[in-house]
Ligand binder design. Sequence first.
Ligand SMILES: Nc1ncnc2c1ncn2[C@@H]1O[C@H](COP(=O)(O)OP(=O)(O)O)[C@@H](O)[C@H]1O
Ligand SMILES: [Mg+2]
Length: 432
Amino acid sequence: MSHTLFFLVHFLQKIPVKIQYFEQERDMIVNRLETDTLKEIKSACACLFSEAAAKSDRFLETLSIDMVKRAYRRNARVHHPDMKGPHAVNEVTSDRFLAIQHSYEVLVGFLEERNPASGIAMSGGKIIAVGGAKGGIGKSVISANLGIYLASLGLKCVLVDLDLGGSNLHLYLGYRSILQHTINDYLKKRVDSLEDVMIQSEYGPILIGGDSSELGSANIDFMKKMKLIKAINAIEADCIILDLGGDTSYNILDFFLQADHGIVVTTRDSASYIGAYHFLKAAMYRKLNRLSGMESRSGEEKNTSMESFIRQVTTSDNGQGSRTISELIAATRDEHPEYLSTVMKAVWGFNPYLIVNRVPHGTGPEEVAGKIQNVAKRWLAREIRLLGSIGRHPDVERSAIDLVPAIVRYPKSPFSMEIAAIAKRLLTPGNR
Ligand SMILES: Nc1ncnc2c1ncn2[C@@H]1O[C@H](COP(=O)(O)OP(=O)(O)O)[C@@H](O)[C@H]1O
Ligand SMILES: [Mg+2]
């Protein structure tokens, strides 16, 4: 197919989907506003952002308080009378600043009142990490579609591509070419903050994308990783989804462990579910080995005695093979009862979820989930909860080719329902 024909077909394919999707959302917010209120909100957008932003209903749908605050600061830096010097202040400059202040109040008032998500919020923390020790099992597909679904409910959702060596999350949000800004710009200090590399995707979520084609992008050192984790924690959003790479390197485990909800994805293939179990085990052992010292989340003083004790009982080079978590707890009770509560707290706090993906038609997730749950119970002393299962759907494969997210193209499909069911389990009604 010639290039022109290909793009024409692609374009025509996209139109009805986008119209349907956006019309649906327009119904949600813009249509609910009185004409005068909408006019005032649009003129506030024009003042703080641009005329183009004011004309776009889509812009209004995705506007957040955080965006308004940033725009206010940006405008105030230029137009605040204190910034102009005494001679430059006149009626025009003061009026401009008053208009900026008024616009800020109008937009913040509107956004605070707006309750598109009918009072829903993430249950138990906003950061979700999607991992699993293998590539090609659907981590990025799930991250992207879950993010789009949560954003369509009105949550401000940020998707972060943390597969630094194999970034492709942007493809699942429809970006074919290399992004103008990526997380590499932040890691390599070409920009100051993560906000500078955020891209408002057309399907709802904000994207912090990656570019693995840049040499060295996957090799970030300890300090950079810690800085990145801190910056991610500070993102103002209702929900942040971390799409992880498919291995058990320390960086990936640490991204996984700092999330409020860790999700391990597996398929029914042996390599995938054995990998999923290895991932769970590596994550638990990494968590325990991080309990003392610089890397601990609580920032406690380094406790070298506890560190060497835990290292000794969790590593296999002591000639005995690695021990089960129950054995580790027993050894702690016997040898260092003073560390027992810290160790128990860490073990109890390890509560990842499982998603079984690409489940063939006519079968269920139970067999694979059961295998992982049994091994985890025996070795890690934890119950791993099944968050959901997703069938093998040709529309997901198709969307990976034409790059229109499956949940957007087929909002009523079984895949979309499965993603919605997973999202619902992560949401708490009534506590926004
Ligand atoms: N539920 C599914 N049904 C059909 N194909 C799927 C499904 N989930 C993922 N895929 C396919 O698997 C491929 C790899 O998915 P991806 O999310 O990129 O994997 P990972 O991020 O784990 O490396 C995608 O191109 C998609 O076609
Ligand atoms: Mg991926």
